[in-house]
Write a protein that binds this ligand. Structure first.
Ligand SMILES: Nc1ncnc2c1ncn2[C@@H]1O[C@H](COP(=O)(O)OP(=O)(O)OP(=O)(O)O)[C@@H](O)[C@H]1O
Ligand SMILES: O=c1ccn([C@@H]2O[C@H](COP(=O)(O)O)[C@@H](O)[C@H]2O)c(=O)[nH]1
Length: 247
């Protein structure tokens, strides 16, 4: 909970005035008590008497972006352990929805196979549902927003409901990313970790996702990590960044 003190437009000597004007008579402040801590209530609830309003803080969101195989999922798992975030992979949510056999399963399947981006209405509704279901309200949203449609759709539905802190960008060369994905493809069971799908995924990344990262960069909202190095080295850089950001 966060407490936001409202400024008073009335002239009086209580916290905001309304308690004195409309509320019960105020008891004398105990000697030596400088603040209006209890016995004054932290939150005054009641008709026309709220001097302090309690408001739930918006969920914190960090978008995690980078090319396929840059290590978004691997590092997100590390961040979860170290900093207590909830990891929501848009790709994982879509794959899970695909396997339910719902009316959008076939559409998701086709888009994933072709390395194309699923319409945002589907992705945002899966993300919002997962966020609402979580009691922890600090989210790493991995692999989203991936194109302009994603960004517009997110802003329309989620901008007012969330506090997007920054974009965590894992910068990694294409050669390294492709070889990681092909290695993962040997055992990972992903239909798109093959040369043909990877080529399409990279075209989508360069043409559609990188421009979104650039848009956030222009607003000073991108934190770039060199992801070409080992998992441990990358995580060292991530930890330093998160500590600097106050997490
Ligand atoms: N720094 C690293 N060094 C070596 N291998 C790594 C590194 N980071 C991740 N990997 C391996 O590379 C593969 C891809 O990593 P990961 O799934 O984290 O990437 P991603 O960016 O989430 O990929 P995608 O967008 O395709 O889901 C995994 O098999 C992972 O174990
Ligand atoms: O916001 C999103 C995220 C993902 N997709 C589709 O899923 C695959 C796989 O995503 P990963 O992040 O690599 O797991 C991606 O190529 C897209 O087809 C999406 O449409 N929208």
């Amino acid at each position: 909970m966060m407490l936001f003190r409202l400024s008073c437009r009335r002239t009086c000597d209580c916290v905001c005035g309304l308690g004195r004007v409309f509320g019960p008579a105020r008891p004398a402040r105990p000697p030596g008590q400088r603040s209006l801590e209890p016995p004054w209530p932290a939150v005054v609830v009641g008709r026309a008497s709220s001097s302090v309003v309690a408001m739930a803080a918006k969920p914190t969101v960090i978008f995690v972006l980078g090319a396929p195989g840059s290590g978004k999922g691997t590092q997100s798992a590390n961040i979860v352990k170290e900093f207590g975030f909830v990891h929501l992979s848009a790709g994982d949510l879509l794959r899970a929805e695909r396997s339910t056999g719902s009316e959008v399963s076939a559409l998701i399947e086709q888009h994933i196979k072709d390395g194309e981006i699923v319409p945002v209405e589907i992705t945002v509704s899966l993300l919002e549902k997962a966020m609402n279901a979580s009691s922890v309200k600090k989210f790493l949203i991995d692999g989203f927003p991936r194109n302009e449609d994603n960004l517009v759709g997110w802003k329309k539905v989620m901008d007012d409901k969330t506090d997007v802190k920054f974009v965590l960008f894992f910068e990694c060369s294409k050669g390294v990313c492709v070889s990681r994905c092909l290695e993962r493809g040997k055992t990972g069971g992903r239909a798109d970790d093959n040369v043909a799908s990877l080529e399409k995924r990279f075209v989508t990344y360069v043409d559609h996702t990188k421009p979104i990262i650039d848009q956030y960069a222009a607003k000073g909202m991108v934190r770039t990590i060199n992801a070409d190095t080992s998992v441990d080295e990358v995580f060292e850089a991530v930890k330093k960044l998160f500590k600097n950001e106050g997490f």
